[in-house]
Design a protein around this ligand. Structure first.
Ligand code: FPP
Length: 236
């Protein structure tokens, strides 16, 4: 078991490179996502074993609907498969599952599986596993602003008294710590609308490896590098 001096409380991952991995292996893109799901399983397990507090994974963005119908279908299928095959083990490991994003915009079967997973694991006190599905960071912030505006209109709060913490409490991640470490695989260096508010002071890492090839050694390397970085949060 790897030992780390200083672990991030909250790790977020943009699992990029499934398509390129499939192309490299002369396979259909769906096979890249399938292989990527294997990586996701092992990273979740390892995060839980290491005692990381929160792990947020970007599985499907609001922009991903623009992909070919076949690919969207494959991803939706994998999401369903993942929840039915993993839920027992995750529950046993005391993992608490939360979906970030708009579940109402998903097909019925997926929506039901996600609600069930959240309900079943709601009282678990281990790893807080957040899976972003039909998620967009700006939409999340707009939704939070709307909720605060509604409270103000109802006379429950005063607009000039709104704080950063109040805003954070209206986000999908309401009670979670800010992101400490954001990893995007495949060498792309963009945030792509993921956890915009929560990443204000995050450390960013962009390993060149494609997501299906992101193994535990690569994960440990990122965690080790995080421990070596000096974080000042705007101070000296
Ligand atoms: C980005 O790779 C990856 C995605 C859009 C989907 C990520 C999904 C999974 C890893 C599996 C499904 C999720 C669950 C919860 C089971 P890309 O296709 O954009 O890669 P490319 O840039 O190389 O084309």
């Amino acid at each position: 078991m790897a030992v780390f001096e200083k672990l991030p409380r909250h790790v977020a991952i943009i699992m990029d490179g499934n398509g390129r991995w499939a192309k490299k292996h002369k396979m259909k893109v769906a096979m890249g996502h399938r292989q990527g799901t294997e990586t996701l399983r092992s990273i979740i397990r390892e995060s839980s074993d290491l005692g990381i507090e929160a792990l947020s994974l970007y599985a499907f963005s609001t922009e991903n609907w623009k992909r070919e119908a076949q690919e969207v279908e494959a991803l939706m299928g994998l999401i369903l498969e993942f929840f039915s095959s993993e839920i027992d083990e995750l529950d046993e490991k005391n993992v608490c599952i939360r979906i970030l994003g708009d579940k109402e915009g998903l097909p019925e079967k997926q929506r039901r599986a996600l609600y069930e997973a959240e309900e079943r694991t709601a009282a678990n006190t281990g790893l807080k596993l957040n899976i972003a599905i039909n998620y967009g960071g700006r939409a999340e912030i707009v939704r939070a602003a709307q909720q605060l505006a509604q409270k103000a209109a109802a006379g429950e709060i005063r607009p000039e008294e709104i704080t950063e913490e109040m805003m954070a409490r209206e986000l999908y991640t309401r009670d979670l710590p800010d992101v400490d470490l954001m990893i995007r695989t495949s060498g792309e260096m963009r945030l792509s609308n993921f956890l915009l508010y929560q990443c204000a002071y995050a450390e960013f890492m962009f390993p060149a490896v494609l997501w299906p090839d992101f193994d535990l050694d690569a994960y440990h390397e990122a965690l080790q590098a995080f421990g070596n970085r000096e974080r000042r949060f705007g101070g000296r």
